[in-house]
Design a binder for this molecule. Structure first.
Ligand code: DGT
Ligand code: CA
Ligand code: CA
Length: 573
């Protein structure tokens, strides 16, 4: 069983952490962190690339040494460097780094001075007052460690895109078992929540099928928590729990509906059915003892007098009332997208050339992509100054002359500076088809100042779209404190747009704000923010978030054909 990208990234990340705790050379540590990021963001599995004999060193930050390590992990499942580090430091110490406020230096002290190796030991040491005496800690730090450990427990939900790697592999494993008729990953995964607690598999199989044995014997299973004839729970090696339910074919719909949830949605549907004298459970819909529905989800909803409700809407946020009167939205689909309005290239921190990105977009069936590299104040990625931007524009024009079937739009992801001004002069912005503004610094400003900052940027006559509007990174950085309802209204007034960035760690605009944008008539652009040709694939996660936000095709800017798009982004103010 080959290792997934998320596994490889996790190994590199762990190496970086262990090296950091050991006080190794910072360049060496950074090399592993960069490699973890590169591999983690690839949407094509590295083992597929290796099978095709693709040269991994063409990815930035992957030299011969790291490429060899990737191959080692793929073929053996191990990394000898990590194995060696584990003999020098207990693996659990890296867990300590996840506790907010603990960096490698502090972890080094905790380990060497107090022999603290696990989060539990950390908790005990803090509670016993042993930590305050360590150099660089003190009583206040001890208290905040105690509080951090107490809240640490709910930080472990994997991101949807990470869960997807494991879910899809296990899904095809089970689908190949003789006697298996259908397999669906239900639960929050099917509802496309941005993180998932566990994976809920529903399998329809013939009575003779050995699907349960195949599930337990799956070689990514680390531990079996419970196993019966129709249900089981296991923990995968990556730490994700999987619950399995095996059902008869004629109960498949009822089981799927039940285990897709959400719980609040299920309860509300059941109450409606009760008023019609019906009982719904995971086996079907019953009037008295007679089963009247259950083979498909549609049949269950119809029995309750509801139209079919797509999984992403099943959060009891008003979808049931709409299904009753048959006026649910027709949610946007991946195939509706005509273009992508946020794409990076080698000019800054992207991995591919303009041409490579254009061809990749075209092969996905896109009609246009906007090139939006970073602006100069982001020096770490060599952000564009006016001269380099002008050069990029010339290259884009030349490519547009040459390429058929795909159009590159000239854009920029311009930094919104602390005072709300844009990071490039007007004459540089004026030559562009669109200006995507984004915050990459000063996330901690007060609500009033942060809101003013963005409003001022949007008031700029060349401003087209606000990228990843809240700035949150899942489990890393909270959304910045900003008056989103006001930003959304102002975008509507000024004819600006909001991005829904599809990167798995962003998924920003958040679903609730998508709904708000829709109500205000502000179009949302579902963009990949791709840094390589492989990241266009992330658009499906952006689509998931948009669907959770009730967006329809007409609510999404980049479902428009190019000619209509041009009219919309051409601000005449
Ligand atoms: P997660 O795993 O925390 O991301 O969220 P879910 O929604 O996948 O929750 P999970 O795995 O606990 O259960 C899967 C579905 O099973 C859930 O969405 C609804 C259904 N379910 C679980 N427990 C109950 C329950 O006590 N009552 C009802 N009505 N449904 C339940
Ligand atoms: Ca679940
Ligand atoms: Ca579950």
């Amino acid at each position: 069983m080959p290792r997934h990208n998320a596994d490889i990234a996790a190994i590199f990340e762990e190496i970086a952490n262990l090296l950091e705790i050991q006080g190794a050379n910072p360049f060496r540590i950074r090399a592993y962190r960069n490699a973890a990021r590169t591999i983690g963001e690839l949407s094509t599995e590295a083992y597929v690339l290796v099978e095709k004999n693709e040269d991994l060193t063409r990815f930035p930050g992957i030299g011969h040494d790291l490429s060899a390590k990737i191959q080692e992990i793929i073929t053996t499942g191990h990394c000898s460097l990590l194995d060696r580090l584990h003999t020098e430091l207990p693996p659990a110490v890296t867990e300590l780094l996840k506790v907010p406020g603990l960096g490698p230096k502090r972890v080094r002290h905790l380990y060497h001075d107090l022999d603290v190796q696990t989060v539990e030991q950390l908790y005990c040491a803090a509670r016993d007052g042993r930590i305050r005496a360590l150099p660089g800690f003190g009583e206040k730090t001890e208290l905040s460690i105690l509080q951090a450990v107490e809240t640490h427990a709910d930080q472990v939900r994997p991101k949807l895109a990470v869960a997807a790697q494991y879910a899809e592999a296990l899904r095809s494993h089970l689908a190949g078992v003789p006697g298996v008729i259908r397999v669906t990953v239900a639960g929050s995964f099917r509802r496309m929540r941005e993180t998932v607690g566990d994976l809920d598999f529903i399998v329809a199989a013939t009575p003779a099928s050995a699907v349960m044995q195949h599930f337990i014997a799956y070689d990514e299973v680390a531990e079996t928590l419970a196993v019966g004839t129709t249900r089981a729970s296991v923990i995968l090696k990556c730490g994700i729990q999987v619950d399995l339910r095996i059902v008869a074919e004629d109960s498949y719909g009822a089981a799927l509906l039940y285990f897709t949830g959400s719980k609040a949605h299920n309860i509300a549907v059941r109450q409606i059915a009760q008023k019609r004298g019906l009982k719904i459970n995971e086996y079907g819909v019953y009037r008295g003892k007679t089963r009247i529905a259950g083979e498909s989800e549609e049949s269950v909803y119809h029995a309750a007098g509801l139209s079919y409700i797509p999984p992403e809407l099943r959060e009891n946020r008003g979808e049931i009332a709409m299904a009753r009167v048959g006026s649910l939205p027709r949610l946007v689909e991946l195939g509706d997208l005509r273009g992508d309005l946020h794409v990076h290239t080698k000019f800054t921190n992207g991995h591919n050339t303009l041409r490579e990105m254009a061809l990749a977009g075209q092969s996905l069936g896109l009609e246009y992509i906007a090139i939006t590299d970073h602006s100069r104040s982001l020096t770490v990625v060599r952000g564009l100054d006016p001269q380099r931007l002008a050069r990029q524009c010339m290259e884009i024009e030349a490519l547009n002359e040459e390429l058929k079937g795909i159009t590159l739009l000239k854009g920029i992801e311009v930094d919104i500076l602390e005072d709300g001004s844009l990071d490039l002069p007007d004459h540089a912005l004026a030559q562009l088809d669109l200006v995507v503004g984004a915050i990459h610094s000063k996330f901690e400003l007060s609500r009033a100042r942060q809101t003013e900052r963005v409003l001022r940027a949007m008031a700029h006559p060349h401003f087209t779209m606000l990228a990843h509007p809240t700035g949150r990174i899942i489990q890393e950085r909270a959304p910045c404190d900003i008056d989103m309802p006001r930003i959304i209204r102002e975008a509507g007034r000024r004819g600006c747009f909001l991005e829904l960035n599809s990167q798995p760690g962003r998924l920003d605009l958040l679903d609730i704000y998508c709904q708000m944008a829709k109500e205000e008539g502000v179009l949302v652009s579902i963009n990949s923010g791709a840094h390589s040709t492989f990241e266009f694939d992330n658009l499906r996660f952006g689509i998931g978030q948009a669907r959770r936000g009730w967006l329809e095709k007409q609510d999404v800017l980049n479902t428009r054909p190019l000619s209509e798009l041009r009219a919309l982004i051409n601000r005449t103010m």
